[in-house]
Design a protein around this ligand. Structure first.
Ligand code: FES
Ligand SMILES: [Fe+2]
Length: 431
């Protein structure tokens, strides 16, 4: 039997030239500053990122309510790799490379759907069972044993109803530690008992790192009038002396609201303490429960709950917004009445898919318990605004005249993302 030959240069990510190229780029970045323009446009760096960042880390791709029943699947692409996740009849979730073992065709060709007990490749109708085993090939004999022609599996982890996959043969082993810390925060929101109210795919015309950077700071939040209804604009270490009298008054009301909210969270037994592990580990993550302004119930225009039915066993809507970030591709807002998940995947060096999903209690009915426009408005508008910000950042930073400027204090999470990114590339390339 001949050895498998990968279709791309197997030495590419190990080649001296590539290591030196990435090392030179990383060396060119100044800590505490924005990334140099080459980080957003360089083709070799982008190819290395697909292999070393997206090919070797845990990626959030869907939540369990997106595939609630046995046979439900979702397809997506991680760089050049078509993948699908599938709910099996026993309730377990598996993921496979969506590439037929005959002549390669994508077996599942819709974004989402339902398969029967078997998966049938539409090209020559090879048949696989839900464990990926080839069980029929429409020919009386094959020159290779069927046992060796299983679909290639992809690692899957579930965290409180969120589905993560990893393409690496040996995924980072720190996922269980993150899960152990995060489950007490996430489980009360009962993701598995929700359903999808709406999902929107948006393509941002910018490099994926600009999408993540933009998500990791609210320095720009004055450009989000809808989001600013519910979100206080205070992040990181606040220098009170530097605040204007107007800002000082707003800060005082923020502190009062936060104190009251924390007392409520303590009474409700809801965890709220900050966990900040955005770098220093392969699966970087962070969680923080943010107090909301106004009525303090939800991320809506009137700051009140969008859905009459609260999630899980919640009886009080004033739970703030539990933010959860996972490097490199996801962030989440867990509210008392709904959840918003965001999954990003690069389409090419200058385009990034942002998939936003709104989850509500499984028993909630549109029209009776919630108004879809009210539920989705804040993030529909905010995403559009962010897409413009990312596109303009990409266009400006692609100019040869661009020089990275200094990050400000409230952009501390952008700095942490940069640290994580550099650590992961250096670790992968032994730099
Ligand atoms: S490519 Fe799938 S059956 Fe031929
Ligand atoms: Fe934004």
């Amino acid at each position: 039997m001949s050895a498998a030959v990968p279709f791309r240069d197997p030495a590419r990510t190990d080649s001296t030239a590539l290591r030196e190229h990435v090392a030179a780029l990383l060396d060119s970045r100044r800590r505490g500053y924005a990334l140099p323009g080459a980080f957003f446009c360089d083709a070799a760096l982008y190819a290395a990122e697909l292999e070393l960042i997206f090919g070797r880390h845990w990626l959030f791709v869907a939540s369990e309510p997106e595939i609630p029943e046995g046979g439900d699947y979702r397809t997506f692409d991680i760089g050049p790799y078509p993948i699908f996740v599938l709910r099996r009849d026993d309730g377990s979730i598996v993921a496979f490379h969506n590439t037929c073992r005959h002549r390669g065709t994508r077996i599942l060709q819709q974004p989402a759907g339902v398969v029967g007990s078997n998966l049938v490749c539409p090209y020559h109708r090879w048949v696989y069972d839900e464990t990926g085993r080839l069980i029929g090939c429409g020919a009386s004999e094959l020159s290779a044993p069927m046992e060796g022609l299983r679909l290639k599996s992809v690692h899957v982890k579930r965290l409180a109803g969120l589905i993560f996959v990893c393409l690496a043969a040996e995924p980072p082993d720190d996922f269980p530690a993150m899960a152990a810390q995060m489950e007490p925060y996430l489980l009360p929101h009962a993701v598995a008992r929700t359903r999808v109210a709406k999902q929107i795919d948006l393509i941002e015309h910018g490099n994926w790192k600009l999408t993540i950077e933009n998500n990791r700071e609210c320095f720009h939040c004055a450009g989000h009038p809808e989001l600013s209804r519910s979100l206080f604009d205070f992040f990181g270490d606040i220098q009170e002396d530097a605040l204007s009298p107007q800002e000082r008054a707003a800060y005082a009301s923020f502190q009062t609201a936060r104190k009251a909210a924390i007392a409520g969270w303590e009474r409700a037994g809801i965890p709220w303490q900050l966990i900040e592990k955005l770098h220093g580990r392969p699966t970087g993550f962070r969680t923080d429960r943010l107090v909301l302004n106004g009525a303090g119930e939800s991320m809506t225009m009137d700051t009140r709950r969008a859905c009459a039915r609260l999630l899980g066993n919640f009886t009080d809507a004033r739970l703030g917004s539990l933010h959860f970030h996972v490097q490199p591709n996801a962030w989440f807002h867990f509210l008392a009445d709904h959840i918003v998940t965001f999954a990003t995947l690069p389409l090419d060096a200058g385009r990034t898919l942002v998939r936003t999903t709104w989850l509500v209690d499984a028993a909630a009915q549109e029209g009776r318990d919630y108004d879809l426009e009210n539920l989705t408005r804040i993030w529909v508008e905010t995403n559009k605004q962010d897409a413009t910000l990312v596109e303009e950042a990409h266009r400006g930073a692609s100019s040869p005249a661009y020089e990275p400027g200094p990050l400000v204090g409230s952009e501390f999470m952008v700095g942490m993302f940069h640290s994580w990114y550099e650590e992961r590339l250096r670790a992968a390339l032994n730099l």
